[in-house]
Design a protein around this ligand. Sequence first.
Ligand code: NAP
Length: 253
Amino acid sequence: MNASMVGKVALVTGAGSGIGRAAARLFAQHGAAVAVADIDAAGGQATAEQITHDGGTSVFIRADVAHADDVQAMIAQVVAQFGRLDYAHNNAGIEGRVAPLLECDEAQWDRIIAVNLKGVWLCLQHELRQMLAQGGGAIVNTASVAGLVGTAGMAAYAASKHGVVGLTKTAAIEYARAGIRVNAVCPGFIHTPMVERYTANDAQANARLARAHAIRRLGTPEEVAEAVVWLCSDAAAFVTGHALAVDGGLVAM
Ligand code: NAP
């Protein structure tokens, strides 16, 4: 339990699965009330139920982060329900079909950029306004190692995640003096449904992905959640504009 998080309010997007679910549960374990947002109602409700079952406070909000109206309504609901917003983890994302750049069609490009990049920008807009009105807050965006280095077969995804790193740094320097910190996590390959889709129908894929990390294994959603919650905590009070690789040494190789 982190005493400084007790009584605070956290929002996690894409919290119906994988990294977002782990972050939502960890915020709750540290005493924050958690708004669980996701496009997938079944997954989001399941996360919210897990948190309340464990003794925490949570509400599920269905939202597509690519739609401005959904994002505006999501933040309004968080504030209506809990009165404020202290921590935001902008995490919802999609990977798209893995294929060379020439095989990525316009519809796929548009959807990946809309969810992964515009979605983070829309969330930042409404979160920053609320945090400015309150006098502070902390935001963590989920980028990726694909936001730090090129990623063959994932041009739109890599472009979106490099964009998230740029947005993070810019928001951080614009709002630092208002008491709002903005950071990003850049996970390596993490055991989630997203990676299970990536490795489906390829028996060697997990071993190949493990070898891409100096630590020689994939990460867990809980390991990324620890970094997210630390970046939001007072222990990281002097950290802003940082893109933290949580990647078992992948980009160091
Ligand atoms: P995941 O298991 O697929 O979970 C992502 C969640 O976000 C799902 O519940 C998904 O719903 C939801 N979502 C998708 N589009 C959305 C939208 N437009 N609005 C709101 N929610 C939406 O994926 P994950 O692995 O936990 O990934 C979470 C984040 O980490 C993503 O930004 C991803 O790019 C990033 N990341 C993951 C890895 C990895 O190896 N897993 C590595 C680096 C970065 P549906 O299932 O209905 O789509």
